[in-house]
Design a protein around this ligand. Structure first.
Ligand SMILES: Cc1cc2nc3c(=O)[nH]c(=O)nc-3n(C[C@H](O)[C@H](O)[C@H](O)COP(=O)(O)O)c2cc1C
Length: 326
């Protein structure tokens, strides 16, 4: 398979060759992974809050720069929390380090837009509904990443899968947008482009790559898992998260379905336990994010190969379709 540049409005906007983005991933989006994706012509994204302090984030950005001269971004996930991290300081570290592409997620980007605009930052806002995408467009983001029900992490509460969400977003938006959730191969990229998106954002596929800094057992489990092996936790709390099916997530689902409240599951879902899964490879230590597309993942290639393979496959699929029906 040969692969040439696959330009879209999104690639033009952020200055990359291929419309393939590696979305922010807590504990996973570090320099090596992001740089490998960017080096291959996609857009790698490091995850701000994976770094314990804004100063550490600045060092991680510097490390990424040593690995690639190509564009990369930083994910800033802003979630309501009892002890919020110092978001303003992370934001400051991003712009002081000269990064010009930020993926926002978790809540409205509006409070941050003035600051990012002043510093010439291109904001890609990730959200899970067309109405939030339209709002983000209104407050001035340059692009949207729209996450369907298939996605790892937080799919929202509307349960609209990509097959409807992506064309609905295409109808509603004028700015470039990328489709997210459930994409793992070239057929998915081709479909996203046909449905009107300007590219794809992927998490699970890159979690299962050689540069992903998680234990090998996690990657082996993703390869072994099918599309049926996820759980949706926190549904009754209206803060749904899609995670791997294991004894811990089964227990969380059971407790909440039986009328339990957050304090009843708090220790089971602790971030520190999820981190142990990734760092020590104990798959039953806690909850960990993975998406339905794990059913399409059968290997653990280098992240750069994922980019080039997906682009080549998408080009092949689209050319074949044109040959057959064009
Ligand atoms: C392990 C893991 C951690 C994630 N952490 C974050 C995060 O901190 N912030 C965020 O915006 N998205 C996070 N995501 C979501 C991804 O960026 C992406 O939107 C999602 O994985 C897309 O769905 P897919 O897995 O089907 O490709 C995470 C995903 C995974 C698999």
């Amino acid at each position: 398979m040969s692969e040439s540049r696959l330009s879209t409005r999104f690639t033009e906007l952020v200055g990359i060759d291929h419309p393939v983005v590696q979305g922010g991933m807590m504990w996973v989006g570090r320099a090596e992974l992001a740089a490998a994706v960017s080096e291959a012509g996609g857009l790698g994204i490091i995850t701000a809050l994976t770094q314990p302090t804004p100063a550490d984030l600045a060092l991680e950005i510097e490390r990424t720069r040593k690995l690639t001269e190509k564009p990369f971004g930083v994910n800033l996930t802003i979630l309501p929390s009892i002890n919020p991290p110092p978001y303003d300081e992370y934001r400051r570290a991003i712009v002081d380090s000269g990064v010009t592409i930020v993926e926002t997620a978790g809540s409205s980007p509006e409070p941050h837009m003035e600051f990012f605009a002043e510093h010439g930052v291109t904001v890609i806002h990730k959200c899970t509904s067309v109405r939030h995408a339209v709002k983000a467009q209104k407050v001035g983001v340059a692009a949207v990443s729209i996450d369907g029900f298939e996605c790892a992490g937080h799919p929202g509460e509307d349960d609209v899968p990509g097959l409807v969400l992506v064309p609905a977003a295409a109808d509603a938006l004028t700015i470039p947008f990328i489709a997210s959730g459930g994409f793992a191969d070239g057929r998915g990229l081709a479909a996203a482009l046909v449905l009107g998106a300007d590219g794809v954002n992927m998490g699970t596929r890159f979690l299962c790559s050689q540069e992903s800094p998680v234990a090998e057992s996690v990657k082996e489990q993703i390869v072994a898992n099918s599309e049926l092996d996820t759980n949706l936790i926190f549904r009754p709390l209206r803060n749904t998260a899609r995670v791997a099916k294991n004894t811990v997530s089964d227990e969380v689902v059971r407790i909440l379905e039986e009328g339990g409240t957050f304090p009843d599951v708090q220790s089971l879902v602790a971030g520190a336990r999820g981190r142990l899964v990734f760092e020590e490879g104990d798959l039953e230590a806690g909850i960990w994010s993975t998406g339905l597309c794990q059913g399409l993942i059968h290997d653990v290639p280098p992240a750069g190969e994922i980019v080039t393979r997906i682009v080549a496959e998408a080009q092949e699929v689209l050319t074949r379709a044109v040959g057959r029906f064009g």
